[in-house]
Design a protein around this ligand. Structure first.
Ligand SMILES: *Cc1c(COP(=O)(O)O)cnc(C)c1O
Length: 378
């Protein structure tokens, strides 16, 4: 029987406590575990290597992404770093030219110190990807839709091309969450998440997730997770489990509101970046690989001054870094998520001075539209 995602969200996060019958997974505040047999140790020995509470949440994300193994880290960047540190001296990665600012910094400023190099490529152009493959290339790294311009990459076609060339495919699925998109089913080998965003969903913790398609890739990620040790603490793992139960209802409603808001901005003559709009160049591809356009859109108000005025006038959203929370979050990527990029790189990635990113929360969509409308008035 194949369970629907609605059922999976509940079943995968409800693992009855073995001793008490507690319906919610107990938080096991223990860094170390007694071994009753001198020769053969039990399932848990030391919490960096594995804690029972974290393990339940790790199984849950693996199940939701339909993968073999799941791993949780203290942040999304810890998750991404740990995956990319499975590569080594001399290895080369092909990376979508639109990636999260922190991933960009890691690739440019940290990994080259270990001899791990990369090329940024326009992933909407398959022949550009093919032409950039070198004999040292080991993996392609996709982020779709990308942060903050919501550029879409074709996971299926890129994965096919990558596998023909014996490359591993890594996909950052933060913007969609496993409820809206499952990269492993489309051909990716490893999924990474900033679980800080939709998986946690309440802007109250940071976390990162990795799910691998195979046990072998899982073993490689586990080795780095345990060696570097940027693991998720048990309280946050428990909060994450609790949040995942409502992922479906949250993101479905947030995405429906985002669709309405994107259509409204477009009708008002603004340049909107949202993969749920038929005018978006990635619309057809996105529709073939995800359930909806998701809860995040960006809008170009034309100038930094216009963006500032809008932010100063809005009353409902918070103005802050991050996305995926129950509250609507407006952010200014050039100074927030993508502050790492030079002016030239910002321009090349379409991150214009008037660009605002909106992560739509659970408020009423009409209230948000009224608020945005008054903020746009002179
Ligand atoms: C936020 C984000 C990250 C980084 O995650 P943290 O939890 O902030 O470390 C990575 N990728 C994407 C797409 C993000 O939005």
């Amino acid at each position: 029987m194949t369970e629907s995602d609605w059922t999976k969200l509940i079943k995968s996060t409800t693992k009855i406590g073995p001793l008490s019958g507690a319906v919610n997974t107990p938080i096991q505040f223990s860094s170390t575990f007694h071994q009753s047999n001198f020769d053969q140790f039990g399932e848990s020995d030391y919490a960096r290597s594995g804690n029972p509470t974290r393990k339940v949440a790790e199984y849950a994300i693996a199940e939701l992404e339909n993968g073999e193994r799941g791993f949780l880290f203290s942040t999304g960047m810890a998750a991404i770093s740990s995956v990319l540190l499975t590569f080594g001296q001399g290895d080369h990665l092909l990376v979508s030219k639109e990636v999260y600012g922190g991933t960009y910094r890691l690739l440019n400023d940290i990994l080259p110190r270990f001899g791990i190099n990369h090329s940024f490529v326009d992933f909407s152009d398959l022949s550009a990807i093919e032409n950039s493959i070198k004999k040292e290339t080991k993996a392609v790294y996709i982020e779709t839709p990308s942060n903050p311009t919501l550029a879409v990459s074709d996971i299926k076609k890129i994965s096919r091309l990558a596998h023909q060339n014996h490359l591993i495919v890594i996909a950052d699925n933060t913007f969609m969450s496993p409820f809206l998109q499952k990269p492993l089913e489309l051909g990716a080998d490893i999924v990474v998440h900033s679980a800080t965003k939709f998986l946690a969903g309440h802007s109250d913790l940071t976390a990162g997730g990795v799910v691998t398609k195979t046990k072998e890739l899982g073993d490689q990620v586990y080795f780095v997770q345990n060696a570097i040790g940027a693991t998720l603490g048990v309280t946050d793992a428990w909060l994450l489990l609790r949040s995942i139960k409502t992922l479906g209802v949250r993101i479905q409603r947030e995405a429906a509101s985002a669709q309405a808001i994107a259509e409204w901005f477009e009708k008002s003559g603004k340049k909107v970046f949202y993969p749920g709009l038929p005018s978006n160049p990635g619309y057809e591809i996105h529709k073939s690989q995800a359930k909806s356009g998701g809860a995040v859109l960006s809008v170009d108000l034309g100038s930094k001054e216009a963006a500032r005025k809008f932010v100063e006038k809005i009353k409902i959203p918070v103005f802050s870094v991050s996305l995926g929370g129950v509250e609507t979050i407006v952010s200014y990527p050039p100074k927030m998520s993508h502050a790492e990029l030079s002016a030239d790189d910002l321009a090349a990635d379409g991150i214009t001075p008037g660009l605002l990113r909106i992560s739509v929360g659970l408020e009423n969509a009409d209230d948000l539209i009224d608020d945005f409308n008054q903020a746009l008035e002179d």
